[in-house]
Structure formats: structure tokens, C-alpha cells
Design a protein around this ligand. Structure first.
Ligand SMILES: Cc1cc2nc3c(=O)[nH]c(=O)nc-3n(C[C@H](O)[C@H](O)[C@H](O)COP(=O)(O)OP(=O)(O)OC[C@H]3O[C@@H](n4cnc5c(N)ncnc54)[C@H](O)[C@@H]3O)c2cc1C
Length: 378
């Protein structure tokens, strides 16, 4: 009988495993993939997540391998009309770290291995689960066949199409947004150094973020979906909207994506708790989804030992659920605002948007904006 099984070894499941192992729980993280995916995907790591990483000895490795973004610049029509600094958002980590998702996962997995060797089991797929009075029985499949596994608590960190969620018959509300984006990592030849830069242009937003090893992530909102994207198409769109030349030959990753928002009806069902994308998926525009999942894990971990042995206060998990669902709702609204700001506009709407942004970038609102973008209130 294990204390806890975490289903899913993505960024959120790995961190949940590390937190529980750090508390001395007998935990296993089950990941269906035999090998990690080598994709840069989610890159932004925010101060509250870094502070949670400090608690288990992960932050230092992430900060030293990543790129520290201390401020962002807002541009339009060839001019910089505002900047947002993260100085005041955290005493320990006054910056957002940019690091490729597969490297972040590798560093968390390495710490998990130190804390409880062998607890990450790759190539193990959870096929179903049943709740008993004092434990959960899981059906798992490996390359060698199926078997069963018992745990006091199960944490579903198995992503947007969560099997754990459907096995617990938890309903989910999904909204598909029309917005389409193309993103790519390129060799960075801009003069922007470690600044994040957002161009709000009439044809749609262009975002760029520095990455380690002299690369920069570019994200462009498309005016219509593209079936077969190329680096040349992306660099052409960047040049046309911002005037910045980005060599297509320096492309290192290219991917198009649409946006869906998804919210589970609840996060807690008996001895099963959902965290991360299994519980809530928000738009990648704003880069907060993975961090939101880490903060779920940080809020859940202290409650787990008592919940596992049945001595926990009955309402503790309900309060956890209420707080985390409120945070997810705020993050979803911030992401929707980001998407709205980046949609194509013209005429009086363009002038109205620029006036609003200038007002938001004055001293008082600017501090609040920096807190929102660095997830300080989530
Ligand atoms: C283009 C893009 C850019 C993004 N950028 C950012 C960003 O900068 N910052 C940010 O915070 N977020 C970002 N996000 C969101 C972020 O990627 C997700 O929120 C994050 O990956 C969710 O992590 P997770 O561990 O909850 O789920 P996942 O990453 O989906 O991991 C779930 C894991 O569970 C495994 N699994 C599933 N089912 C089973 C099963 N039955 N048995 C065993 N294993 C199973 C899967 O193989 C997978 O490894 C971005 C997303 C996209 C698409």
C-alpha cells in the first residue's frame, strides 16, 4: 500500500511527486511515456512557483540554467510606449525565468530521484481506478502486461484529457476559442537582450521572450489558421508586423496552436485529487497554466499526509479546492484579457486600446499589472 500515487509525469505530476517525497511519503509517479518529450513548449516560470521550488531545493538549478526576465517592453508602430518591471514582485525571485519545458521537467525529475530513488516509473499507463473505503485501487499497464496497485491517495496530474477525471465521473466545461497562434524558437539577433517584448500591432499581437543558449521564442497571432506552417512564414509575419528581421535558417522549433479553456466541475472526489491541466486548462497566452498547476501541488502537499491516513480535517480539501478553483478562474480571465488585447484592431478601437494601455502603464496600475503577470495574486 503506497501513501500516494501521482498519475502523470508532466511538469505538475513531477513537482507533486517531489513535494510528497520531500515530506517522507511513500509515493510513485506513473508516466505512460517511456521517454520525455523534447519540446520547449511552456517556458515561463513565475516567482510564486520559484518560491515553492525553493522549499524542495529545485529553484537554484532552474534559475541558474534559465534566463531571468526582469522586465517587459510594450511596442506598437515602431515605438516602445511602456515597460513593466518585476523588481517589486518577490524578494527572492524578482524575475520570470524562461526555460524549455523539457529541461524544467528534467531538473524536477532529478530532484525527485534524489528524494525517493525509483519513484518515477516511466512506461506505466493507468487504465482505471476504483475507490475503496480507505484506499484507491489502480489498474495499470506496462510493456509486460497489466497489474494492480493500491494507494491511500491518488493525484490526477494526467493533463487536459485526464483519465483520472473521467474515472471519477467529474464533469468538465470546455470552451474552444477561435484564436490561432504560430510560435517558434529562433537564434536571437535582436538588441532586446533579456527583455520580453510585446508588439501590439493592428494585424495582431507579436510576442517574444529570451531563452537560454542565445535563442528567442516568438509567438504571432494568426489572422486565419495555417495548415502547413514554415519558419519562413513565421519570420515573414514578424518582419511585416514589427520590422524585425528574424532569419528563418535560425529556427529551432515551430508549432501552431489553438486555444481552449477547460474547467473540471471539482478537484476533489473522495481519495482522488486533480491538479494542473487535469483540473483547469487556461490559454497559453500569458504563460500561466503550468505554474497554476505547480501552485495547486504546493497547496495540496501539506494536506496529503493527514488525508492519506484518514486523520485530516474534513473541510481541509474542500477549502483547497475552493481556493485553487478561484485562482484558476482569475488566471483564465487574465489570459482571456491578453488574447483580447492581441486581436487585430483598427481605427478608433486601436486608438482606444492604446489609450487604455498607456493609462495602465502609469505608476499605480503598473505595479498591479506586474503582480498579475507574475502570478503574485494566484
Ligand atoms: C504552446 C504552449 C505554450 C505554453 N506556455 C506556457 C508557459 O510559458 N507557462 C506556463 O505556465 N504554461 C504554459 N503552457 C501550459 C502548459 O504547457 C501546461 O499547463 C502544462 O504542461 C500542464 O502540465 P500538467 O503536468 O498538468 O499536464 P501535461 O503537461 O499534459 O502532463 C500530463 C502527463 O500525464 C501523462 N499521462 C496522461 N494520461 C496518463 C495515464 N493514463 N497514465 C499515465 N500517464 C498519463 C502524459 O503522458 C503527460 O506526460 C503552454 C502550453 C502550450 C500549448
Amino acid at each position: 500500500m503506497l501513501d500516494a500515487v501521482v498519475v502523470g509525469g508532466g511538469p505538475v505530476g513531477l513537482f507533486t511527486g517531489a513535494l510528497l517525497a520531500h515530506q517522507g511519503l511513500d509515493v510513485q509517479v506513473l508516466e505512460q511515456r517511456t521517454e520525455p518529450i523534447r519540446h520547449s513548449r511552456a517556458i515561463g516560470i513565475h516567482p510564486p512557483a520559484l518560491e515553492a521550488f525553493d522549499g524542495v531545493g529545485i529553484a537554484r538549478a532552474i534559475v541558474s540554467e534559465g534566463t531571468r526576465i526582469r522586465h517587459g517592453l510594450l511596442r506598437s508602430d515602431g515605438r516602445t510606449f511602456g515597460s513593466l518591471g518585476f523588481d517589486g514582485v518577490s524578494a527572492a525571485h524578482p524575475y520570470i525565468v524562461a526555460l524549455d519545458q523539457h529541461r524544467t521537467e528534467a531538473l524536477i525529475a532529478a530532484r525527485l530521484e534524489q528524494l525517493r530513488p525509483g519513484s518515477l516509473r516511466r512506461g506505466v499507463q493507468v487504465r482505471g481506478l476504483e475507490q475503496e473505503a480507505d484506499h484507491v485501487r489502480l489498474q495499470v499497464a506496462t510493456g509486460h502486461g497489466g497489474s494492480g496497485l493500491n494507494a491511500r491517495m491518488v493525484i490526477g496530474a494526467d493533463g487536459g484529457n485526464s483519465l483520472v477525471r473521467s474515472a471519477c465521473r467529474i464533469d468538465v466545461r470546455t470552451t474552444v476559442h477561435g484564436d490561432q497562434y504560430l510560435m517558434g524558437d529562433f537564434i536571437d539577433e535582436t538588441p532586446d537582450g533579456r527583455a520580453a517584448v510585446i508588439w501590439l500591432e493592428p494585424q495582431g499581437v507579436v510576442e517574444s521572450f529570451p531563452l537560454p543558449h542565445g535563442r528567442r521564442r516568438w509567438v504571432v497571432r494568426l489572422q486565419s489558421p495555417v495548415t502547413d506552417p514554415t519558419p519562413e512564414l513565421l519570420s515573414g509575419l514578424i518582419q511585416a508586423r514589427t520590422g524585425t528581421a528574424v532569419a528563418a535558417s535560425g529556427n529551432r522549433m515551430l508549432s501552431g496552436f489553438g486555444v481552449r479553456t477547460q474547467t473540471a466541475g471539482r478537484m476533489v472526489a473522495g481519495r482522488v485529487v486533480l491538479v494542473g491541466d487535469a483540473a483547469h486548462q487556461v490559454s497559453p497566452i500569458g504563460g500561466q497554466g503550468m505554474n497554476l498547476g505547480w501552485l495547486d501541488a504546493a497547496a495540496l502537499a501539506p494536506l496529503l499526509p493527514d488525508a492519506a491516513n484518514g486523520s485530516g480535517e474534513a473541510k481541509a480539501l474542500d477549502r483547497f479546492q475552493g481556493r485553487r478553483m478561484r485562482s484558476a478562474a482569475i488566471a483564465a480571465r487574465v489570459a482571456q484579457l491578453n488574447m483580447a488585447m492581441g486581436r487585430p484592431v483598427d481605427g478608433y478601437r486601436l486608438r482606444g486600446r492604446d489609450l487604455l494601455l498607456r493609462a495602465l502603464l502609469t505608476a499605480g496600475p503598473r505595479a498591479a499589472l506586474a503582480r498579475a503577470y507574475s502570478m503574485r495574486w494566484l
